[in-house]
Structures are given as structure tokens and as C-alpha cells.
Design a protein around this ligand. Structure first.
Ligand code: NDP
Length: 323
């Protein structure tokens, strides 16, 4: 038997139940993993509330690290006993053991423990593709990062500074501002209400070539108004709710702007992209450029408490759930 956090209906954290489920046998192409740690991500909230759809009942969770217990026919990517991690593929990570498509797994370097591995895969790969592919950050640029003290945010601040950017972070409290500053943000704003005016002041009127906005509904327009002509609006999350439909003529009126709504899944659907993304991430973590801040840890059985904290904006950095 395996223990898992499952939902039978969408809703608040109270729909999450700690249940016994039969341990599956790996099908062809799959591996059975015993989880050492599971990552908590905002996307887990979207699946729980029903903003993102899944068949029910469902085991939540997109990310974990652990040990391969068994492999199905035809698996070449990993073998029994390997230390592995993943982010993406079918949901179902909030479990002590699970099967997953083996081509979603990467071997975890020995220097990275399971808690760090589970904390860094989804948020770190996201930071990688946003800074290195969606917009290739170059030295001397000034960029805006929302939720700068969060899981994705703290990784992005450190990495962007390393790439030579001047980072303007946005957070909600003075404590979070301190944390973002300590991890590479050069300027930190508390609240986004004044964002365009502050960006104008900091950039001497030039505005920024890119805004990374994971807050969604509440901050969309202030982000748009902070861009330089031909700037890129990267709307990559919905922490405050989804962005309503956009009138694209607004993009011309505001200076021939670009708008993208990217997902990690599209950037890593090919295995070569997954491996290149994780290699880049492992390199910046191994060299100390990026420190993975695992600032909260909960027993997996208490995942509902972790969701309450995440939605109440009480967490900073990354959070793991321990089976
Ligand atoms: P975070 O640790 O960043 O937590 C979310 C943060 O969002 C909060 O701490 C809070 O920071 C901020 N926030 C702003 N408004 C609200 C609100 N109304 N309710 C709750 N939080 C709010 O989470 P993650 O690092 O897991 O994810 C960050 C974002 O990135 C999420 O929106 C997620 O969906 C997105 N994401 C997108 C991916 C993609 O590929 N598209 C992949 C991974 C993550 P503060 O208090 O400082 O405002």
C-alpha cells in the first residue's frame, strides 16, 4: 500500500485527504519511485481549486525526488536504485510511492539531497527557461520580477543578478523585501501599485525590456505599463487569479509590445530540452550561484496546512512535503 494526498472534489484545502492506495506496478515505459521529498508548488493550488482541470479522484502534486524501486519494460533512462527527481508529467507526486513515465525523470547529482531536489526542479527549471529562453537576459538590462521572495522568485533573483541584470523585485511585506534583496534584487517594491512610476525613476525613463509576472490578474496592467517599447510581457502565473481576456490593440497602443503566456511543459516536452534545462540548473546550484532556499517543510500528511500557508502568502522561498 501507498499513502497519498487525494482529492475527490475540487475546493479549499479541506478537500485534501490522506488515503491508502494500492502501490502500482510500473507499466512499459514507467518507473516506480519511492519519494524522499515532494515539492510544493502554486500549480498544486490551481489543480485543487479546479482552476486547472483533472479527472477525479486525483493525487495532487507535480514534483518530487526519490529512489527508483522498479522499472517497466523498455525503460532506458533510469535503473533500479537510481536517485532521481522530476517536475511535470502526470500529476500524482503527493504520495509515498508512485509510477511515472521514465522519460520525465532525471538523475539527481550526489551533491543534491532529496529535499533540495524536490524543492528545486519545478521552480528552478521555470527560472531557467524564463531567464535563458523566453527572454535571454543580457548584462546591463533592468528587469522586473514579481513575487520576488517566493519559490520561483528567489531563484530568479539570484540567477538574473548572476547574468548581469539589475533586478527590480516586487513583494508584499518589508520582511520579504529584505529576503529578496539578500538574494540579488537590487531594488524592491512593496506592492505593485506604483510599479510604472518606480520603474521610470529607476531606469531614468527608459522602462524595462521584460516583466516576469506570476501574480496575474492584480498586476497585469501595472506590468504592461512598466515596459519599454517592444518590451516583452511574460505572464506566467495566476496567484491573484487568471488574467481576463486582453484586447490586443492595447499592445500596439502601449508601444508594439510582445505578450507570452508560457508553461514549463512546453519548454521541456522534448527530453533533450528537459536534460539541457536541468543540467543548466544543476550547474548554477553546484557552483553556488543559486542557493535553493527550503524555508518550510511539512509532513506530506499535512499538505493541507502547506496549502493554507502558501495561499495566505506566509511562505518564502521553497517548501517541501516529507513522506
Ligand atoms: P510562490 O512561492 O511565489 O508563492 C506565490 C506568491 O505570489 C506569494 O507568496 C505572494 O508573494 C504572491 N502573490 C501575489 N498575489 C497573491 C495572491 N492574491 N494570493 C496569493 N499569493 C499572491 O509560488 P511558486 O514559486 O510556486 O510559484 C510562483 C508563481 O509562478 C505562481 O503563480 C505559479 O503558478 C507560477 N509558475 C508558473 C510556471 C509556468 O511555467 N508558467 C511554473 C512554475 C510556477 P507576495 O506576498 O510577495 O506578493
Amino acid at each position: 500500500m501507498t499513502k497519498a494526498i487525494r482529492i475527490h472534489a475540487t475546493g479549499g484545502p479541506e478537500v485534501m485527504r490522506w488515503e491508502d492506495v494500492p502501490t502500482p506496478d510500473p507499466a512499459p515505459g514507467e518507473a516506480l519511485i519511492r519519494h524522499g521529498a515532494v515539492g510544493l508548488n502554486y500549480i498544486d493550488v490551481y489543480f485543487r481549486t479546479g482552476l486547472y482541470k483533472t479527472a477525479l479522484p486525483a493525487t495532487l502534486g507535480m514534483e518530487a525526488a526519490g529512489t527508483v524501486l522498479a522499472i517497466g519494460a523498455g525503460v532506458t533512462e533510469v535503473t533500479v536504485g537510481d536517485r532521481v527527481a522530476y517536475a511535470g508529467g502526470a500529476i500524482g507526486a503527493y504520495a509515498t510511492e508512485r509510477c511515472i513515465a521514465a522519460d520525465k525523470l532525471v538523475r539527481l547529482p550526489d551533491s543534491i539531497d532529496f529535499a533540495t531536489g524536490a524543492a528545486m526542479m519545478l521552480q528552478g527549471m521555470t527560472a531557467q527557461y524564463l531567464l535563458r529562453r523566453t527572454h535571454k537576459v543580457v548584462p546591463g538590462e533592468t528587469i522586473v520580477i514579481h513575487a520576488a521572495a517566493g519559490g520561483v522568485g528567489l531563484i530568479m533573483c539570484q540567477w538574473a543578478k548572476h547574468l548581469g541584470a539589475t533586478v527590480i523585485g516586487v513583494v508584499s511585506t518589508a520582511e520579504k523585501a529584505e529576503l529578496a534583496r539578500a538574494h540579488g534584487a537590487h531594488h524592491v517594491l512593496i506592492g505593485h501599485g506604483n510599479l510604472p512610476a518606480e520603474v521610470k525613476r529607476i531606469t531614468g525613463g527608459a522602462m524595462v525590456p521584460v516583466v516576469y509576472d506570476s501574480v496575474g490578474r492584480d498586476s497585469f496592467m501595472t506590468s504592461i505599463d512598466s515596459l519599454a517599447p517592444l518590451g516583452l510581457m511574460v505572464s506566467f502565473g495566476n496567484a491573484s487569479g487568471p488574467v481576463p481576456p486582453v484586447d490586443i490593440s492595447m499592445l500596439s497602443a502601449k508601444g508594439s509590445l510582445f505578450l507570452t503566456r508560457p508553461t514549463l511543459a512546453s519548454y521541456t516536452s522534448q527530453r533533450r530540452d528537459l536534460l539541457a534545462t536541468t543540467q543548466d540548473l544543476f550547474d548554477v546550484v553546484a557552483s553556488g550561484v543559486v542557493k535553493i532556499m527550503v524555508n518550510q517543510s511539512f509532513p506530506l500528511a499535512d499538505a493541507a496546512k502547506a496549502h493554507v500557508a502558501l495561499e495566505a502568502r506566509q511562505t518564502t522561498g521553497s517548501t517541501v512535503l516529507i513522506p
